[in-house]
Design a protein around this ligand. Structure first.
Ligand code: AMP
Length: 396
């Protein structure tokens, strides 16, 4: 892979820098209710501001589908960003030549936040005119929105053809370092913990990681598909009967490569799961087969111990996906046991996926983790080995 410049490689003094950020923040009654993504962008923005550059910030928010939707305006983000930066932020919903004029009038060194890019239908369709227009606003293009880097949109891909100097921001640089470099040449043993509902969602990642890892630990409902494929019974557990051949192929590939591929050895089962009410009926721990009328909802205590032991012996860890229905307290123990084991480990640890991030945050161990990937779909596609359009565009 040719080296992709980072924002620190460029001389930005006096230049106009267009930064594609991820300000897709939650809004409650017109105010930003969680500033995590705004705070995450600050190191890149501060670095650019220290160079006396003009900052043009652009993001999407929600899914307005090419229409102007007032409740999805980025206007409330400007105030929150200004407080975090300790500097004025000019918000503008101007378009076309009005926008160009607004930027000129704001003057050198200004910080300008543009309106939601997805109000324009050409953003998601990567329209040539919109991409060229966005590119014409700046001397330098920086992409720091990892969450949309797997999409070829006007502001993540098309724009790059119209700006001479381009680079990744500090957030994407870190994602590439941890999800890419640290898993490509991991300090061994390298253990991957994969959970969640479906084999079909994660099979490509599992397949790619069998080539890199020493051990793979499977949890969540996807374990039942693997179990069924191995000839076991899973009762009423959530599983994907049409994925049995795929699951078997993954297990065989792991065997051929000498990769330890572990399934749960015991399971918390229930005779009634009410997700809405957050309750389980009767529960039991079973080893081996699950009988009809019962469904698996979490890994059992022996599996928790086994997986924690594997984690403690590892020097690189990657965790994505919950071990059970962790939203319900009685079936959250397995996920929290993994969170604790990862948090207590001295390995390089990488966590991705909204549920695993929530679990590590709630477990109080988040600050012990080496890297929390914010990418969602982008993280999974990158781990699958796909080239992300938002990163590839910065290479030329
Ligand atoms: P994913 O989006 O694939 O990471 O899956 C996350 C979802 O899988 C969570 O909402 C969990 O509640 C759900 N899940 C995990 N284990 C189970 C299980 N044993 N039965 C049903 N749902 C599960």
């Amino acid at each position: 892979m040719s080296k992709i410049p980072t924002v620190k490689d460029l001389d930005l003094a006096g230049k106009r820098v267009f930064v594609r950020v991820d300000f897709n923040v939650p809004l409650v009654e017109g105010a930003v209710s969680d500033r995590t993504r705004i705070k995450a962008a600050l190191p890149t923005l501060r670095h650019i501001m220290e160079q006396n550059a003009t900052l043009l910030l652009a993001s999407h928010l929600g899914r307005p589908k090419g229409q102007k939707v007032d409740s999805m305006s980025l206007r409330p983000v400007a105030g929150a960003l200004s407080e975090e930066l300790g500097a004025p932020v000019l918000f503008t919903d101007a378009e076309g030549e009005d926008l160009r004029r607004t930027i000129s009038e704001a003057g050198q060194g200004a910080v300008i936040l543009l309106e939601n890019l997805r109000f324009n239908p050409e953003e998601e369709s990567n329209g040539a005119d919109f991409a060229a227009f966005l590119g014409s606003l700046a001397d330098v293009y920086v992409n720091d929105a990892f969450g949309t880097a797997h999409r070829a949109h006007a502001s993540t891909a098309g724009i790059a053809d119209h700006v001479e100097e381009k680079a990744v921001g500090l957030l994407i640089e870190k994602e590439l370092q941890f999800l890419g470099d640290k898993t490509a040449a991991p300090e061994r043993p390298f253990t991957v913990i994969i959970g969640g509902a479906k084999v079909s969602d994660k099979i490509k990642v599992i397949d790619a990681l069998i080539d890199k890892a020493d051990t793979i630990l499977i949890g969540g409902a996807m374990a039942y598909t693997f179990r069924l494929a191995a000839g076991g019974k899973v009762g009423d557990s959530l599983c994907e009967p049409d994925m049995l051949a795929t699951a078997t192929a993954a297990v065989e590939k792991a065997k051929a490569k000498g990769v330890k591929f572990l399934l749960p050895i015991d399971t918390l089962v229930t005779d009634a799961l009410d997700f809405g009410a957050g309750t389980l009926g009767q529960t039991e721990i079973v080893e081996g087969d699950i009988q009809d009328g019962w469904e698996g909802v979490d890994i059992g205590p022996k599996t928790q111990e086994l997986y924690a032991a594997e984690v403690s012996q590892s020097n690189t860890l990657l965790w994505n996906g919950p071990m059970g229905v962790f939203e319900i307290e009685d079936s959250s123990k397995g996920t929290f046991a993994v969170a604790k084991a990862v948090g207590e480990s001295t390995a390089t640890s990488i966590i991705g996926g909204g549920d695993s991030i929530k679990a590590i945050n709630n477990s109080g161990h988040a600050d012990r983790v080496s890297f929390i990937s914010t990418g969602g779909g982008a993280s999974l596609e990158f781990l699958e080995g796909k080239e992300l359009p938002g990163v590839a565009a910065l290479k030329s």
